[in-house]
Design a protein around this ligand. Structure first.
Ligand SMILES: Nc1ncnc2c1ncn2[C@@H]1O[C@H](COP(=O)(O)OP(=O)(O)OP(=O)(O)O)[C@@H](O)[C@H]1O
Ligand SMILES: [Mg+2]
Length: 258
């Protein structure tokens, strides 16, 4: 695949809704379809890296190294290959990065500047896994990406918090149209609660084309993450849970390129 680099953040201010899981599987799914993908792990818990099987011992340089002005670290030095067509940019010291970003006067330009080399590295997609809380680093990510993928756990508290992403965008004076996809996650169609919450999400997004079919709760998805594998490598049946997300992204991007 060639063409314009597409940059997506996987973000929701709610914790534990499946951001890292969706980020990793979308990234791997796109890579398996022949796209060159860079996954950036921007969460201090490093779950995206762990879900791909990498611990902090597996990488020396990380996103944090760009913040040391004296080191002159290049992006390419911090990237490791994770799978065929899939690279990973890990991070550490997220709190220090946040503190550093408080000093930046142009938060909207920080990542465009620090990650500008990515434009020429041949990637088709950059997928950024974000931490749950509002933070300077998430502000910077939102100013950097073209679109946002929002996983929403099909459960009452997450469903109630569904509008938060729009408040966040509005506070940053960013366009609400940046929300590209809403992904209901951990859906259990056997429960009345699950059905009701999914219905609520459908009503909230009625009249838009943002909502896609839910990702069901599958124990194999949890197990794969613990083993540092994606379900594309672990359980073919569960991997089908992510195919429609990947297809939708590819279609959105094909539409925009026309
Ligand atoms: N569809 C699913 N089926 C089963 N387990 C899932 C599913 N989606 C996510 N999980 C599991 O739920 C847990 C939370 O998911 P994940 O870490 O992706 O959420 P998160 O939003 O990134 O959390 P955080 O806010 O802490 O970064 C993980 O153990 C993950 O394996
Ligand atoms: Mg996470």
């Amino acid at each position: 695949m060639t063409g314009k680099l597409r940059k997506y953040a996987v973000l929701n201010n709610k914790g534990g809704v499946g951001k890292s899981t969706i980020a990793v599987h979308v990234a791997h799914g796109l890579a398996l379809r022949g796209n060159r993908v860079l996954l950036i792990d921007m969460d201090g818990q490093n779950d995206a890296s762990l879900f791909l099987g990498f611990t902090s011992e597996d990488y020396k340089k990380t996103f944090y190294d760009f913040f040391d002005r004296y080191k002159k670290t290049k992006v390419s030095e911090c990237i490791i290959n994770a799978r065929e067509n899939l690279d990973l940019l890990p991070s550490r010291n997220i709190d220090q990065i946040n503190a550093e970003l408080y000093r930046e006067s142009r938060i909207d330009l920080v990542l465009k500047e620090k990650l500008k080399d990515l434009e020429d590295m041949g990637y088709d997609y950059v997928i950024i896994d974000c931490g749950p809380q509002r933070s300077k680093i998430n502000d910077a990510v939102l100013c950097f990406v073209d679109g946002i993928i929002v996983p929403v756990q099909v459960e009452a508290a997450s469903v109630r918090a569904i509008g938060n992403i729009y408040e966040y965008l509005s506070d940053l004076r960013l366009d609400s149209g940046m929300v590209s996809l809403i992904v209901p996650n951990m859906y259990d169609q056997r429960t009345i609660d699950g059905k009701e919450n999914l219905e609520f999400i459908k009503e909230f997004f009625a009249g838009t084309d943002l909502l896609i079919q839910p990702v069901h709760r599958r124990i194999k998805i949890t197990e794969a993450g613990k083993l540092g594998k994606t379900v594309y490598e672990f359980d073919e049946e569960s991997s089908k849970q992510f195919d429609h997300i990947v297809e939708r992204l590819v279609n959105i991007d094909a539409g925009e390129k026309q």
